[in-house]
Design a protein around this ligand. Structure first.
Ligand SMILES: Cc1cc2nc3c(=O)[nH]c(=O)nc-3n(C[C@H](O)[C@H](O)[C@H](O)COP(=O)(O)OP(=O)(O)OC[C@H]3O[C@@H](n4cnc5c(N)ncnc54)[C@H](O)[C@@H]3O)c2cc1C
Length: 206
Protein backbone atom coordinates (compact mmCIF):
# COMPACT_ATOMS: atom_id res chain seq x y z
CA UNK A 1 0.00 0.00 0.00
CA UNK A 2 1.30 3.44 -0.83
CA UNK A 3 0.32 6.40 1.37
CA UNK A 4 -2.42 8.72 0.07
CA UNK A 5 -0.51 11.82 1.17
CA UNK A 6 2.86 13.05 2.35
CA UNK A 7 3.80 16.63 3.14
CA UNK A 8 7.00 16.30 1.11
CA UNK A 9 7.63 13.93 -1.79
CA UNK A 10 11.11 13.46 -3.25
CA UNK A 11 11.29 11.72 -6.62
CA UNK A 12 14.37 9.53 -7.09
CA UNK A 13 16.54 7.62 -4.62
CA UNK A 14 19.87 8.54 -6.19
CA UNK A 15 22.47 10.65 -4.43
CA UNK A 16 20.51 13.87 -4.98
CA UNK A 17 17.15 12.56 -3.80
CA UNK A 18 18.65 10.96 -0.70
CA UNK A 19 20.74 14.04 0.07
CA UNK A 20 17.76 16.37 -0.41
CA UNK A 21 15.63 14.28 1.94
CA UNK A 22 18.49 14.08 4.48
CA UNK A 23 18.98 17.85 4.64
CA UNK A 24 15.27 18.59 4.61
CA UNK A 25 14.67 16.14 7.45
CA UNK A 26 17.49 17.68 9.49
CA UNK A 27 16.15 21.16 8.85
CA UNK A 28 12.60 20.23 9.82
CA UNK A 29 13.85 18.53 12.98
CA UNK A 30 16.13 21.43 13.97
CA UNK A 31 13.55 24.11 13.30
CA UNK A 32 10.76 22.18 14.98
CA UNK A 33 8.46 22.45 11.97
CA UNK A 34 8.12 18.72 11.39
CA UNK A 35 10.42 15.76 10.95
CA UNK A 36 11.67 13.16 8.50
CA UNK A 37 8.34 11.39 8.92
CA UNK A 38 6.87 14.13 6.72
CA UNK A 39 9.08 13.06 3.81
CA UNK A 40 8.53 10.27 1.31
CA UNK A 41 11.12 9.26 -1.29
CA UNK A 42 9.79 7.44 -4.36
CA UNK A 43 11.91 5.54 -6.86
CA UNK A 44 10.61 3.69 -9.88
CA UNK A 45 13.41 1.10 -9.55
CA UNK A 46 15.58 0.99 -6.44
CA UNK A 47 18.33 2.71 -4.47
CA UNK A 48 21.02 4.05 -6.80
CA UNK A 49 19.33 2.57 -9.87
CA UNK A 50 20.34 5.57 -11.97
CA UNK A 51 23.64 7.36 -12.63
CA UNK A 52 24.54 7.11 -8.93
CA UNK A 53 24.91 3.36 -9.25
CA UNK A 54 27.22 3.44 -12.27
CA UNK A 55 29.37 6.49 -11.47
CA UNK A 56 33.11 5.90 -11.10
CA UNK A 57 32.86 7.02 -7.48
CA UNK A 58 35.70 9.50 -7.84
CA UNK A 59 35.70 12.29 -5.25
CA UNK A 60 37.85 15.18 -6.42
CA UNK A 61 38.00 18.95 -6.78
CA UNK A 62 39.10 18.85 -10.36
CA UNK A 63 36.29 20.19 -12.52
CA UNK A 64 37.38 23.02 -14.79
CA UNK A 65 34.61 25.53 -13.95
CA UNK A 66 36.08 27.95 -11.35
CA UNK A 67 32.67 28.33 -9.70
CA UNK A 68 32.77 24.64 -8.80
CA UNK A 69 35.93 24.94 -6.68
CA UNK A 70 34.36 25.90 -3.34
CA UNK A 71 31.31 23.70 -3.89
CA UNK A 72 33.58 20.71 -4.48
CA UNK A 73 35.72 21.56 -1.43
CA UNK A 74 32.50 21.57 0.60
CA UNK A 75 31.39 18.27 -0.94
CA UNK A 76 34.70 16.57 -0.14
CA UNK A 77 34.19 17.57 3.51
CA UNK A 78 30.80 15.82 3.46
CA UNK A 79 32.49 12.56 2.41
CA UNK A 80 35.17 13.09 5.07
CA UNK A 81 32.47 13.58 7.73
CA UNK A 82 31.67 9.85 7.92
CA UNK A 83 34.06 7.72 5.83
CA UNK A 84 32.73 4.45 7.20
CA UNK A 85 29.04 5.10 6.47
CA UNK A 86 29.86 6.52 3.05
CA UNK A 87 32.44 3.81 2.21
CA UNK A 88 34.83 6.65 1.45
CA UNK A 89 38.51 5.96 0.81
CA UNK A 90 40.56 9.17 1.24
CA UNK A 91 43.48 8.25 -1.00
CA UNK A 92 43.66 11.66 -2.74
CA UNK A 93 43.33 12.34 -6.46
CA UNK A 94 45.91 12.88 -9.18
CA UNK A 95 45.62 14.51 -12.58
CA UNK A 96 48.65 13.42 -14.59
CA UNK A 97 48.65 15.31 -17.86
CA UNK A 98 50.27 15.83 -21.23
CA UNK A 99 51.44 19.29 -22.38
CA UNK A 100 48.09 20.19 -24.01
CA UNK A 101 46.44 20.21 -20.58
CA UNK A 102 49.19 21.80 -18.47
CA UNK A 103 47.89 25.40 -18.53
CA UNK A 104 44.31 24.41 -17.70
CA UNK A 105 45.44 22.21 -14.84
CA UNK A 106 47.73 25.01 -13.59
CA UNK A 107 44.64 27.25 -13.43
CA UNK A 108 42.79 24.62 -11.38
CA UNK A 109 45.75 24.45 -9.00
CA UNK A 110 45.80 28.25 -8.61
CA UNK A 111 42.08 28.24 -7.77
CA UNK A 112 42.67 25.47 -5.24
CA UNK A 113 45.47 27.47 -3.60
CA UNK A 114 43.22 30.53 -3.44
CA UNK A 115 40.71 28.67 -1.24
CA UNK A 116 43.31 26.73 0.77
CA UNK A 117 42.56 23.36 -0.82
CA UNK A 118 45.63 21.20 -0.20
CA UNK A 119 47.28 20.25 -3.51
CA UNK A 120 50.72 20.04 -5.11
CA UNK A 121 51.41 21.03 -8.72
CA UNK A 122 54.51 19.71 -10.45
CA UNK A 123 55.58 21.03 -13.86
CA UNK A 124 58.07 19.75 -16.41
CA UNK A 125 58.71 16.27 -17.79
CA UNK A 126 61.65 15.43 -15.52
CA UNK A 127 60.03 16.82 -12.35
CA UNK A 128 56.76 15.02 -13.14
CA UNK A 129 58.52 11.71 -13.67
CA UNK A 130 60.54 12.20 -10.48
CA UNK A 131 57.39 12.97 -8.47
CA UNK A 132 55.57 9.94 -9.83
CA UNK A 133 58.54 7.67 -9.14
CA UNK A 134 58.54 8.71 -5.49
CA UNK A 135 55.03 7.20 -5.34
CA UNK A 136 55.36 4.35 -7.84
CA UNK A 137 58.92 3.16 -8.39
CA UNK A 138 57.93 1.42 -11.62
CA UNK A 139 56.25 4.52 -13.12
CA UNK A 140 56.94 4.66 -16.88
CA UNK A 141 54.21 6.70 -18.67
CA UNK A 142 55.60 8.94 -21.43
CA UNK A 143 54.73 12.51 -22.48
CA UNK A 144 53.73 13.72 -19.01
CA UNK A 145 54.60 17.37 -18.29
CA UNK A 146 52.45 18.13 -15.24
CA UNK A 147 51.06 16.43 -12.17
CA UNK A 148 48.33 17.88 -9.97
CA UNK A 149 48.14 15.96 -6.72
CA UNK A 150 45.05 16.75 -4.65
CA UNK A 151 45.68 15.52 -1.11
CA UNK A 152 42.00 15.44 -0.06
CA UNK A 153 39.49 13.39 -2.05
CA UNK A 154 39.63 9.79 -3.18
CA UNK A 155 36.86 7.39 -4.06
CA UNK A 156 33.75 5.78 -2.61
CA UNK A 157 31.93 2.54 -3.33
CA UNK A 158 28.64 3.67 -4.86
CA UNK A 159 26.13 1.19 -3.50
CA UNK A 160 27.67 1.00 -0.03
CA UNK A 161 27.79 4.80 0.14
CA UNK A 162 24.11 5.08 -0.75
CA UNK A 163 23.12 2.32 1.68
CA UNK A 164 24.93 4.37 4.33
CA UNK A 165 23.13 7.56 3.33
CA UNK A 166 19.77 5.75 3.12
CA UNK A 167 20.30 4.44 6.67
CA UNK A 168 20.91 8.00 7.90
CA UNK A 169 17.80 9.19 6.05
CA UNK A 170 15.62 6.41 7.45
CA UNK A 171 16.99 7.00 10.95
CA UNK A 172 15.48 10.49 10.67
CA UNK A 173 12.08 8.95 9.93
CA UNK A 174 12.03 9.36 6.13
CA UNK A 175 10.25 6.60 4.21
CA UNK A 176 11.77 5.24 1.00
CA UNK A 177 9.41 3.46 -1.36
CA UNK A 178 10.89 1.68 -4.38
CA UNK A 179 9.07 0.25 -7.38
CA UNK A 180 6.79 3.30 -7.61
CA UNK A 181 7.01 5.37 -10.79
CA UNK A 182 5.93 9.01 -10.82
CA UNK A 183 3.99 9.62 -14.04
CA UNK A 184 3.21 13.30 -13.50
CA UNK A 185 2.31 15.98 -10.99
CA UNK A 186 -1.05 17.46 -10.01
CA UNK A 187 -1.39 21.21 -9.52
CA UNK A 188 -3.82 23.34 -7.57
CA UNK A 189 -5.67 26.40 -8.95
CA UNK A 190 -2.64 28.60 -8.28
CA UNK A 191 -0.43 26.24 -10.26
CA UNK A 192 1.44 24.89 -7.24
CA UNK A 193 2.18 21.17 -7.12
CA UNK A 194 -0.42 19.49 -4.94
CA UNK A 195 0.35 15.85 -5.54
CA UNK A 196 2.13 13.23 -7.60
CA UNK A 197 0.50 10.79 -9.94
CA UNK A 198 2.17 7.39 -9.68
CA UNK A 199 1.65 4.02 -11.35
CA UNK A 200 0.23 2.88 -8.00
CA UNK A 201 -2.10 5.77 -7.37
CA UNK A 202 -2.07 9.44 -6.41
CA UNK A 203 -0.18 10.86 -3.46
CA UNK A 204 -1.19 14.33 -2.31
CA UNK A 205 1.64 16.56 -1.09
CA UNK A 206 2.23 20.00 0.29
C1 LIG B 1 29.33 6.77 -16.23
C2 LIG B 1 29.26 7.86 -15.17
C3 LIG B 1 30.35 8.09 -14.34
C4 LIG B 1 30.30 9.09 -13.37
N1 LIG B 1 31.37 9.24 -12.52
C5 LIG B 1 31.30 10.15 -11.51
C6 LIG B 1 32.33 10.25 -10.54
O1 LIG B 1 33.33 9.55 -10.59
N2 LIG B 1 32.21 11.18 -9.55
C7 LIG B 1 31.11 11.98 -9.45
O2 LIG B 1 31.05 12.80 -8.53
N3 LIG B 1 30.10 11.90 -10.36
C8 LIG B 1 30.17 11.00 -11.36
N4 LIG B 1 29.14 10.90 -12.25
C9 LIG B 1 27.99 11.80 -12.09
C10 LIG B 1 27.04 11.27 -11.02
O3 LIG B 1 26.85 9.89 -11.18
C11 LIG B 1 25.69 11.98 -11.13
O4 LIG B 1 25.86 13.39 -11.12
C12 LIG B 1 24.76 11.62 -9.96
O5 LIG B 1 24.79 10.23 -9.69
C13 LIG B 1 23.34 12.06 -10.27
O6 LIG B 1 22.54 11.67 -9.17
P1 LIG B 1 21.00 11.90 -9.19
O7 LIG B 1 20.49 11.45 -7.85
O8 LIG B 1 20.68 13.26 -9.64
O9 LIG B 1 20.45 10.95 -10.37
P2 LIG B 1 20.30 9.35 -10.45
O10 LIG B 1 21.34 8.63 -9.68
O11 LIG B 1 20.17 9.04 -11.90
O12 LIG B 1 18.95 9.08 -9.69
C14 LIG B 1 17.68 9.31 -10.26
C15 LIG B 1 16.75 8.28 -9.68
O13 LIG B 1 15.43 8.66 -10.03
C16 LIG B 1 14.69 7.51 -10.36
N5 LIG B 1 13.62 7.95 -11.26
C17 LIG B 1 13.76 8.52 -12.48
N6 LIG B 1 12.56 8.82 -12.98
C18 LIG B 1 11.63 8.48 -12.05
C19 LIG B 1 10.22 8.55 -11.98
N7 LIG B 1 9.50 9.05 -13.00
N8 LIG B 1 9.60 8.08 -10.88
C20 LIG B 1 10.32 7.57 -9.84
N9 LIG B 1 11.67 7.46 -9.87
C21 LIG B 1 12.32 7.92 -10.96
C22 LIG B 1 15.71 6.58 -11.01
O14 LIG B 1 15.32 5.21 -10.89
C23 LIG B 1 16.97 6.88 -10.21
O15 LIG B 1 17.17 5.97 -9.14
C24 LIG B 1 29.15 9.90 -13.24
C25 LIG B 1 28.05 9.69 -14.08
C26 LIG B 1 28.09 8.66 -15.02
C27 LIG B 1 26.88 8.39 -15.88
Amino acid sequence: MIPVSSKYVVVGAGIHGLSTAFHLAQRLQNKGGGSGRDILILDKAGLCAGATGIACGVIRNNYYQPAMRELMAHSVKVWESDPQAYSYHPVGYMQISCEDMREDVAAIHQQQQAIGYDSVFVEGAAASEGYMKTLFSDWRAQGITSVLHEKPGGYANNSKAMLGLAAKVEALGVRILTGVEVMGVDRDAAGAVSGVDTDRGKIACG
